[in-house]
Design a protein around this ligand. Sequence first.
Ligand SMILES: *[C@@H]1O[C@H](CO)[C@@H](O)[C@H](O)[C@H]1NC(C)=O
Ligand SMILES: *[C@@H]1O[C@H](CO)[C@@H](O)[C@H](O)[C@H]1NC(C)=O
Ligand SMILES: *[C@@H]1O[C@H](CO)[C@@H](O)[C@H](O)[C@H]1NC(C)=O
Length: 670
Amino acid sequence: MCFQSISRIFVKLWIHLLRLLRLIILPFWLLLKFIVQKPFAQLDQRYRIKDDFYIIPYFLKNLLCYTIKVKRNKFQYWYLFQKQVEENGDRLIINYPRPLAEKGEYQLETYTYREFNDIVLRLSHVLHFQNGVNPGDHIGVSCTNKPLFLFLLFSLWNIGAIPALLNYNTLGKPLVHSLKIAKVTKVFIDPLASDPMKQTEELINETLPEVQLNYLDEDSLTRDILDFQSPQFLQEDSARSPPGLTDYKPAMFIFTSGTTGLPKSAIMSWRKASFACQLFSHVFHMTNFSTVFTAMPLFHSTAGLLGLCAIISQGGCLAMANKFSATFFWKQVYLTKATHVQYVGEICRYLLQSPVSKYEHMHCAKVAYGNGLRPDIWQKFKRRFNIEVIGEFYAATEAPFATTNYQKGDFAVGACKNYGSIIQWFLSFQHTLVKMDPDDDSIIYRNSKGFCEKPEVGEPGEMIMRIFFPKKPETSFQGYLGNKKETESKVIRNVFRKGDAYYRCGDLFKADNDGLLYFLDRLGDTFRWKSENVSTTEVEDQIMTSNDKQFAQVVVVGVKVPKYEGRAGYAILKLVNHDLSEEEKLNLLNKMLLHLKQELPKYALPIFVKLVNSIQMTDTNKIAKKVYKNEVLPHGTDGKDTIYWLKSYQEYIRLTDEDWNAICSQTIKL
Ligand SMILES: *[C@@H]1O[C@H](CO)[C@@H](O)[C@H](O)[C@H]1NC(C)=O
Ligand SMILES: *[C@@H]1O[C@H](CO)[C@@H](O)[C@H](O)[C@H]1NC(C)=O
Ligand SMILES: *[C@@H]1O[C@H](CO)[C@@H](O)[C@H](O)[C@H]1NC(C)=O
C-alpha cells in the first residue's frame, strides 16, 4: 500500500518533470525557430525532430509506469484492461459486423468496456467453476474472428490461465503437434471452427488423452453470459499474478509456420502484449477515439497483438470481420466507422484489383497499417481508397522488436523504418544491419578477426536485433516454446565483440542516406543466376507494374536447370482473364517482356513462365512461396503444364520437348 502510494507520487512527479521540461524547452525551441526559421525547416526535414518528439516523451513516461507495474507485479494485460474499463467504461471496445444469411449484409454487434468486462467476469465463472480452468493452465482457443474470441481471451487472462491461440485451419498432425508443444490441457472451440477439430479428435484422443475438447454452444453460452443474473468471477490478484511471475513469461502462445512444416509456438511475453503494444499504438496515432478494423485472423500476431492488444491498450475499439472479403471490405470499414484498417501481405493488391465499391470513399479510415505493402502499389492504394497515412511496419512474431514507418505524403514511400535522427541513434543500439557473405548470402560475413561488419548505405544486409543479456537471452528473445534448437538457431553470438548476442531476423534490408530501412527480401528469396543475385520480389514487382489489368498475381522463384549453376528465374502468373487464346497469351507475355527489359537487368528476366488459374496462399494471405520452390521442368509435376520460355532473350515461346532437350544438352544456351 505504502509502496503503491509512493510509486504513484513518483509517477506524478515524473510527469510533472516532463511537463516542466517541455515548458522550459518549448520557449527556447520557439525562439530558435523564430531566429532560424528557414534553417529550422531544413533541419527538421533533414533530422525529422518533430516526429521524434511525438514518440520520445510518451515512451519515457510509459517506460517508467511500466517499470513500476513490473515492480508491483501488475504488468499483465488484465490490469491495463481494467484501467481502460475505469477510464473509458462507456466507450465501445468491440464493433462486430455479424454476417447475416444474405451475403454482404451485416448486423452490427457492439459492446462497451463496462458491458464487456461484465461478460468476461461471467464467462470466467463458467470457465473456472464448470470447466475447471485454473491459474497457470495452458488453454487452447480455436475461434474465428468474433466477440467470443475476446470473451475467451480476457476470461482466461482474468483467471490467470495462458491462452494458446490455435490456427483453426490446421488439422491432423500439425494440430496435434501444436497442442503438444504448448502443453494445452483444454481447448474451447467456436462452432465455426469445429470441423478441423472433429476430424482430428480421434488422433488427439489417441496421442494426447489428457486434452479435453470443449465444443462451445455459442447461442446458449452467449445467453448465459449476457444474463445479468449469472454469477461473476474475478480472480484474486495473488492467484493471477503469483510472486515470481516475470514480464517475459508468456501472455499467450501464437503459432507460426515452421520450416519443417510443423508449427512452432512463439512465446508472446507480457512485455510485448502490454508495453510494446501500447507504444506501437501510440506510434500509429491510436487513441480512445480510434477504431481499428481488422480482417486478419486474430490467432496471428498481426491482428491479435498489433490489432487487438494495441487498440485496447489505448481504450479504443476493435472492429473485425469474421472473414476477409475484398468485395465487402470497405462496406465493413464504413459500417464500423473505423479510423484505422489493418492489412497484410497481398490484401492491398486484392483490394486494388476488385471493382469500385461505393463505400471505398464513404468510410472514415485515415490510416492503413500493416506489413508487406509493395512500393509499386503504395501510392495507388492511398489515392484510390482515400487513405492519408500508410503505417508500414516490420516485425516477426518471435522478434523482440518492430520498426515502423508512419508515412504521409511522398517522403519515405516503401520504407518500413522511418524515424527522426534522435530515435535512429537510440535504436542503433537495439538493431543493426550486417553484411552478408559474398559467396553465400544466407551466411553473415565475418572479417579476418571473426567479427561481423555493417554494410554501406544502399548495400543489402540482414537485420539483427540485440539481446541485451546474452547469458539470459530469454529476457529479450523468448524464442519458441520447447524448441531450444530452433530458438538457438536464431541467435548469433560474438557479433561485434566477444560475448554479445543478437537475434537474426532472416530478412534483408537496405538503408538509404536518411537512415530509412527498406525491406528487400526474405533471406533465401534471392537466387543466383549467371553469378548475379536476383531478388524475386523485385521481379514480381516489375511484372505486376508491367500490366496490372491482366495479371492478378505473380510469384517468382528460381528453378534448377540441368548443367547450369544457380537457378533460372521462373514466373508463375495468374491471369485476370483465363479464357485467352494461345496467341493472346503470347502477346501478353511479350508485352510484359518489353517492360521488363527496360526495368530489369538481363539476368533477372524470368527464363520460364507458367500461366495458372490460382496461386496458393498461406492463411495469412501471403504467397505460399515454399510450395513453388521446386518446380519441375519441362511440363510440371504432372507432366501436363504448358510452360513458356525466353528464347535468346528475345521472345517467349512455348517450351517443347525438343527445346528442352536442346537446353539440357546445351545446344541452346539460356
Ligand atoms: C480518452 O483518453 C484521454 C486520455 O487518456 C482521457 O483524458 C479522456 O477522458 C478519454 N476520453 C473519453 C471520452 O473517455
Ligand atoms: C474422444 O474422447 C472423448 C472423451 O473421452 C469422447 O467423448 C469422444 O467420443 C472421443 N472421440 C473419438 C472420435 O474417439
Ligand atoms: C550477391 O549477394 C551477396 C550477398 O548479399 C553479395 O555479397 C554479392 O556481392 C552479390 N553478388 C553480386 C554479383 O552482386
